[in-house]
Design a protein around this ligand. Structure first.
Ligand code: SAH
Ligand code: AVI
Length: 307
């Protein structure tokens, strides 16, 4: 087995009986940009629904949490919606945290230009593991965690609760955590959002194979796989898969992997919650639910948790 965690994860996922890859590996430089492109498609409703909720509630949030403290954002990506939060809660320190370091660096450069007085201390880390926030953040009296985008949905159901408990320990007593989750809705709306008519989500998913070729010396033919999005009713989640169009063998990190025609690589879960299932999970992880904001259609929920 190679030392690199990416190579190890990919090899163990592709040699499993049911092939799978953790969705955290979708975010290389190209994948991070493709996600931003998804947010601009007509079919992907979560980002614009969430941003519309933010525009209505950020003033109330600032009244509750106070201003001038620290904000730590998990999976910050391009930090676009963060601006609405920064302008309302006026933090003195912003800690973006992401696995995609280079993409985050570019986002930080743009934010520094827009907010020259804001101190920014980026952390490159994998939040499926324990993470350490900078001392300068931990020392602040007002600490607010921020987890937008419904990225909580990308954890396995049990792992999302474990993550919330870990963040509770990391942020500490008296902290707040603003967690945003996409809610259960009509399955056709969901399916379209994950198989958009512009093909951007398909490109985002297939980019994983391009990444394997570039970073792991693999020889995937991207044209011999296609993107599929399926709603799993029992588990309340949209799943992304890459499906092999034929019997084929692929080489990766010194191993040969066989694919039967129609065989799947499961590449992402996107769980959809209800206000009740989110509350239950947050309380199980030691949080109190302070406020919940949704849109008029109840498509998306913004949950303010208090430690
Ligand atoms: N917060 C932004 C981006 C969401 S996309 C928004 O709401 O639009 C998900 C982000 O989480 C990406 O930037 C991705 O790189 C990051 N991410 C995914 N898995 C991660 C992990 N395990 N650890 C840290 N960051 C992760
Ligand atoms: C980042 N995450 C919340 C997105 C989602 O909706 O699960 C990633 C994504 N996958 C396909 N489209 C968008």
């Amino acid at each position: 087995m190679p030392d690199d965690p990416f190579a190890q994860d990919v090899l163990s996922g592709l040699t499993a009986k049911d092939k799978w890859i953790s969705s955290k590996w979708l975010y290389d430089q190209a994948g991070s940009q493709l996600f931003e492109d998804i947010t601009q498609t007509r079919d992907y409703y979560p980002t614009r629904t969430e941003a519309a909720i933010f525009r209505t509630m950020m003033g109330d949030l600032a009244d509750i949490t106070g201003t001038g403290g620290g904000v730590a954002e998990y999976g910050s990506g391009a930090s676009v919606k963060t601006r609405l939060l920064i302008e309302a809660v006026k933090p003195q320190l912003y800690v973006p945290l992401d696995i995609a370091g280079e993409f985050m660096e570019e986002a930080v450069a743009e934010l520094s230009e827009a907010y020259p007085d804001l101190a920014i201390a980026p952390v490159v880390a994998d939040f499926t593991q324990p993470v350490t926030l900078p001392d300068a953040f931990n020392r602040l009296e007002r600490r607010l965690g921020f987890f937008p985008g419904s990225t909580i949905g990308n954890f396995e159901a049990g792992k999302a609760g474990e993550f919330l408990a870990r963040v509770h320990r990391t942020l500490g007593d008296g902290a707040y955590f603003l967690v945003c989750a996409d809610l259960v809705k009509d399955r056709d709306v969901l399916r379209r959002a994950y198989d958009d008519s512009d093909g951007v989500t398909a490109a985002f998913n297939l980019n994983l194979l391009t990444r394997f070729n570039r970073e792991l010396g693999a020889d995937f033919d991207e044209a011999a796989f296609h993107h599929e999005a399926v709603w799993n009713e029992e588990r309340s989640r949209i799943e992304m898969h890459l499906v092999s169009d034929k019997d084929q063998s692929v080489h990766i990190a010194g191993q040969e992997i066989d694919f039967a025609s129609g065989e799947h690589i499961h590449t992402e879960n996107s769980h959809k919650y209800t206000p009740e299932t989110m509350r239950e999970m947050a309380e199980g992880a030691g949080w109190t639910v302070d406020r919940v904001w949704t849109d008029a259609r109840d498509w998306f929920g913004v949950f303010l948790l208090k430690a």
